[in-house]
Ligand binder design. Structure first.
Ligand code: NAD
Ligand SMILES: O=C(O)C(=O)C[C@@H](O)[C@H](O)[C@H](O)COP(=O)(O)O
Ligand code: ZN
Length: 361
């Protein structure tokens, strides 16, 4: 097992990574919460049908698990779903010391984390992430939230967990398209500065997206990505500066997800297109040379992620979403632009007419 530590306003917490980690779930929870007598579990029907029985077996009856399921999918990442989770725990006379364990991908993590913050004004939270996106990214750093018709993740709070337990074995049941989507976020870490990850992806990205699941390389990728994210969010928990770099590809990616009504595209696919948009704009501004765009395009293509925008989406359709991005200030969104593979910068001052270059076929 490998571990990385995250510093946060709620105290530091470990991100533990290891195959078979979920077998010792009960002991880990008892260490974290001495005297624990009840455990809330937040998941969705897809994940729970696949993994619920094994998780309940590992937990035993001592922790008196109470399971709340939300509907699957990005379209269900709503306040209504969060209220459904709250109804379940309030109906069970929840108490402040009773923790919630969130079992699932980024959608479940973002909503379970928000529910944990709202329930009785805050109950302890532990993440058991089951997708690539969740293990390399969303379970770490405390961002929680839901989507709004006007934009992605526009409602939410920072709510750091007490621990993150990443077991790569969960990824065996994940559809290949979802594994590819997660690789979108991994490419992001390589581009913002992880040279080891950049080398590993350049040499072996095909192993991550092959039909066969290769646990060894995945454990390495989850560890490197977790350490990258832990470092950044430890230095800038509430995104006043450096953390914005983690939004590489998300300015255009989130706008695209919003314009499509949160369906028909996976998060990592949208982020991949958004990274290409950022590289194009950076090239047009003279901040990077053509080889930077080519490196991004090559990694995205080899990961089996899209390299051109859906034909029905125009710049005019996504422009309003760009304006409502959380990085906007005085109506102009900050851009996260690559200067070279492994180096990115935050750009606030630019000619807004360049934004239309971000949508291309
Ligand atoms: N909070 C953050 O810092 C952060 C970071 C990155 C992404 N996100 C958010 O995360 C979301 C995307 O996360 P995601 O890609 O995990 O999507 P997701 O949670 O919708 O999961 C993808 C699909 O995989 C299924 N699934 C989950 N685990 C499985 C398993 N082990 N086997 C088989 N199926 C499984 C889910 O039911 C779902 O259908 C977006 O809403 C994004 O905004 C948040
Ligand atoms: O943790 C962060 O900070 C990120 O930007 C990680 C992103 O991968 C993630 O999708 C996050 O939800 C985006 O946050 P938002 O503040 O742009 O909604
Ligand atoms: Zn993301």
């Amino acid at each position: 097992m490998r571990e990385t530590l995250v510093a946060s306003s709620g105290g530091s917490y470990p991100v533990s990574i290891g195959a078979g980690l979920s077998a010792s779930l009960k002991e880990r929870l008892q260490e974290l919460f001495p005297g624990i007598s009840r455990l809330g579990i937040v998941s969705n029907p897809v994940v729970w049908n696949l993994h619920g029985a094994a998780i309940l077996r590992n937990l035993g009856s001592e922790l008196r698990p109470v399971v709340a399921l939300h509907p699957d999918g990005e379209v269900a990442k709503t306040m209504e779903s969060v209220l459904g989770l709250l109804d379940r725990f309030l109906g069970d006379r929840w108490e402040r010391r009773d923790p919630l364990l969130v079992v699932g991908g980024g959608v479940t993590g973002d909503m379970g984390g928000l529910a944990a913050a709202l329930l009785l004004r805050g109950v302890p939270l532990v993440h058991l992430p089951t997708t690539v996106v969740a293990q390399v990214d969303s379970a770490i750093g405390g961002k929680t939230g839901v989507d709004h018709p006007l934009g992605k993740n526009l409602i939410g709070v920072f709510n750091p967990p007490r621990a993150v337990l990443s077991d790569p074995e969960f990824l065996r049941t994940l559809p290949l398209s979802q594994r590819r989507s997660g690789v979108g976020e991994v490419i992001k870490y390589a581009l913002i500065g992880d040279r080891t990850l950049l080398g590993l992806l350049s040499d072996r990205i095909e192993e991550l997206v092959s039909e066969e699941f290769h646990p060894g390389i995945w454990e390495e990728v989850i560890f490197l990505s977790s350490a990258d994210k832990a470092g950044i969010v430890s230095r800038d928990e509430k995104e006043s500066g450096e953390r914005m770099l983690l939004n590489l590809g998300h300015t255009f990616g989130h706008a695209l997800e919003g314009a499509l009504g949160y369906s028909g595209i996976l998060h990592g696919e949208a982020v991949a297109l958004g990274m290409l948009s950022a590289a194009r704009i950076s090239g047009a501004m003279g901040l990077s040379g053509p080889e930077t765009f080519e490196t991004v395009r090559d990694l995205v293509k080899r990961a089996g992620l899209p390299v051109s925008w859906p034909s029905k989406v125009t710049f005019e359709t996504i422009a309003p979403y760009l304006g409502r991005d959380k990085k906007a200030s005085r109506g102009q969104v900050a851009l996260i632009l690559p200067e070279a593979p492994g180096s990115v910068r935050i750009v606030r001052d630019y000619d807004p007419s360049l934004l239309s270059l971000g949508v291309f076929s």
